[in-house]
Design a protein around this ligand. Structure first.
Ligand SMILES: O=C(O)CCC(=O)C(=O)O
Ligand SMILES: [Fe+2]
Length: 202
């Protein structure tokens, strides 16, 4: 079988699929997202002080998929056609593995270099429901996503995310683990697209 996926953790399910889009499509779409999206750098409040987010991001999705992230409310941008077709490719790849998923929104993260990063968190906002399924496509520089268990007696681990790989965080991952994209030296541009299903709160 070509493109076998790697089961990193069985329970809760954490799985990496190589080559979602193939070349040259993956490299072309990276350049397109880099230039065509309106990348934002919101300021974050941390320990009572404001800091620029150490990366840029775009929140995209269906118009009713309002979302809170790091204490901020985001209204999604409309689907960019390239992102809409990536969403279809993600859903199709998961379906081919017997996983039924739908996504009404995506957070795109742009890390210009190895200094840019994302701190420890779980994607456990109420809008995502109790057991979200999140699928993350990585484009550009290969970096590790670091995972640690909320039960700190278990060992933390890295998941390396090569260009064009898809990481699936299944039910329970956000409840049991946190993840972070830690700074690393000498790395170039990376863009990740983390697809989610948001259930707007009443
Ligand atoms: O850039 C990554 O791979 C991680 C992104 C992430 O954790 C998120 O969007 O919640
Ligand atoms: Fe996350």
């Amino acid at each position: 079988m070509s493109n076998p996926d790697t089961l990193i953790v069985t329970s809760p399910p954490l799985r990496r699929f190589p080559e979602l889009l193939g070349e040259p499509a993956a490299t072309q779409v990276l350049a397109r997202l880099e230039t065509e999206l309106d990348w934002q750098q919101p300021r974050l409040r941390l320990y009572g002080r404001e800091h620029p987010t150490p990366r840029r991001q775009v929140w995209m999705g269906d118009s009713d998929a309002d979302y809170r992230y790091s204490g901020r409310q985001f209204s999604p941008e409309p689907w960019h056609p390239a992102v809409a077709s990536i969403r279809e490719a993600v859903i199709a790849r998961l379906a081919a593995s017997g996983i039924s998923a739908d996504f009404n929104s995506v957070l795109l993260n742009r890390y210009a270099d190895g200094e840019e990063r994302m701190g420890w968190h779980s994607d456990d906002e109420a809008e995502l429901g109790p057991d979200p399924l999140i699928a993350a496509l990585s484009l550009g520089a290969e970096r590790p996503l670091r995972f640690r268990w909320k039960d700190r007696s278990r060992e933390a681990f890295n998941v390396w995310l090569p260009h064009d790989s898809l990481l699936l965080m299944g039910p329970g991952v956000q409840r049991q683990l946190q993840h972070a994209l830690l700074p690393r030296r000498r790395l170039g541009l990376r863009i990740s697209l983390t697809f989610r299903q948001v259930h707007p709160l009443p």
